[in-house]
Design a protein around this ligand. Structure first.
Ligand code: ACO
Length: 373
């Protein structure tokens, strides 16, 4: 019995949602290159593509954008709970809890068919930014800024978060970030979503499983660790950064925002995110990019590993004024689309996911009654 620890290199299923060529640094959603999508589409268009399998016409996109915008409002019961939660809680834990409660409020929670799945999908994608922004409003003791139907998904989130409409550069940077995070084959959180769906559990359960899995620092949780690292390095000179990296590597520690299970060359999303981070840095007069580039060069020189999607996304979030502990939720705002596309795919072609293990404990032990131990 051979074991692939961490399921490294194991092909678990077939999917037509996205494709990675880790050796060449290629990522495609439904066959479309990520660079084309990043440069020429909107998040809404990518959501349509991932859920429906084809690019929308103009009228389909308009209709879909309106539908998403109209489903942003939260049920009163969710708002009541949000308002009564501790303001010191971790925002991703709150989001995970609200996904569960949304499921509880759904009369058709256990109905699994394409129409019901689509309704739940739109609801979950549309309401995620509202949950995140409302909790942030509440933490900051500010009145809730309600969704604005006239704004796109990214712009509306920034509006709800800050109470002012974002400028075009901020809106575009977040839109791009969401496109680039939307889907990424069988990453750990998507796999978790598919495992839950493979038991024919409800879509909310799949999203809760995925949220809990993404939260860890080896996956989406890395984004918060990256900003903590950049803040620590901000006032250090090149020599000091070199020493910091060297010490980490010598101690066998991970440098957050670097390395990837599948990419053995540059992740194509990194280039797009770096360009957006560069534009924002110039406008906001920040220096995140120079520091990030310097760190990336040192880590590559010393360990031959590239930065990953979490690395430059961090500079974008910091420049947009998003609180550090909401960075993981930014990732989820995009990735929820991929989770749901995979959950729907799993329902369509279901086979219970249940791997084997190799037992390494003792066998045939003699049972001793509790009185005789
Ligand atoms: N810092 C230092 N060394 C690293 C890093 C890193 N970030 N990533 C990999 N390595 C090294 C390992 O120490 C190992 O070196 P060795 O062969 O000399 O022992 C080698 O690269 C291979 O590492 P593995 O752990 O086998 O690679 P794996 O595919 O299991 O891990 C992972 C991938 C978890 C992403 C890893 O690169 C990591 O821990 N990165 C830091 C956390 C991070 O940024 N996570 C976000 C990933 S992207 C995402 O989920 C959105």
């Amino acid at each position: 019995m051979s074991i692939n620890y961490g399921l490294r290199g194991v092909v678990a299923l077939e999917s037509d949602i996205s494709r990675i060529d880790g050796a060449k640094g290629i990522l495609e959603y439904r066959g479309y290159n990520i660079h084309d999508l990043a440069q020429h589409s909107s998040f809404e268009e990518v959501v349509f593509l991932l859920l429906s399998g084809y690019l929308p016409t103009k009228s389909e996109l308009t209709e879909f954008t309106i539908e998403l915008a109209e489903r942003r409002e939260l049920p009163e019961k969710i708002i009541d709970v949000l308002c009564n939660l501790p303001t010191i809680s971790y925002p991703t834990v709150i989001l995970r809890t609200m996904y569960s409660y949304l499921g509880d409020l759904d009369d058709s929670i256990f109905m699994i068919n394409p129409q019901e799945s689509r309704r739940k999908a739109i609801d979950l994608i549309a309401k995620t930014p509202t949950i995140i922004a409302y909790y942030q409003n509440i933490r900051e003791d500010k009145p809730l800024t309600h969704p604005n139907k006239n704004l796109g998904h990214a712009a509306n989130f920034l509006w709800m978060l800050n109470g002012v409409e974002p400028d075009k550069i901020d809106e575009r940077a977040l839109d791009l970030d969401l496109i680039l995070h939307a889907e990424h084959t069988l990453n750990a959180s998507t796999f978790a979503a598919r495992i839950a769906a493979s038991t024919l559990s409800d879509m909310y359960a799949g999203v809760v499983s995925a949220t809990g899995t993404l939260f860890g620092p080896l996956h989406g949780g890395a984004s918060q660790k990256v900003i903590e690292m950049l803040r620590e390095l901000k006032d250090k000179d090149t020599q000091e950064i070199e020493e910091w990296v060297e010490n980490k590597l010598q101690a066998g520690e991970r440098i957050m925002g670097f390395g990837h299970r599948v990419y053995k060359t540059m992740d194509p999303r990194v280039e797009e995110l770096r360009n957006a981070a560069k534009q924002l840095d110039a406008v906001k007069s920040n220096n995140w990019l120079a520091l990030s580039d310097e760190l990336a060069e040192i880590v590559y020189r010393k360990k031959r590993i590239y930065s990953n999607v979490d690395f430059y996304a961090t500079s974008i979030y910091a420049n947009l004024g998003i609180p550090d502990d909401q960075f993981i939720n930014m990732f989820i705002m995009g990735r929820i689309v991929g989770w749901i596309a995979h959950i729907m795919d799993q329902y369509q072609n279901n086979k219970l996911i249940r791997p084997l293990q190799k037992y390494v404990g003792e066998e045939n032990r003699v049972f001793t009654h509790i009185d005789d131990r």
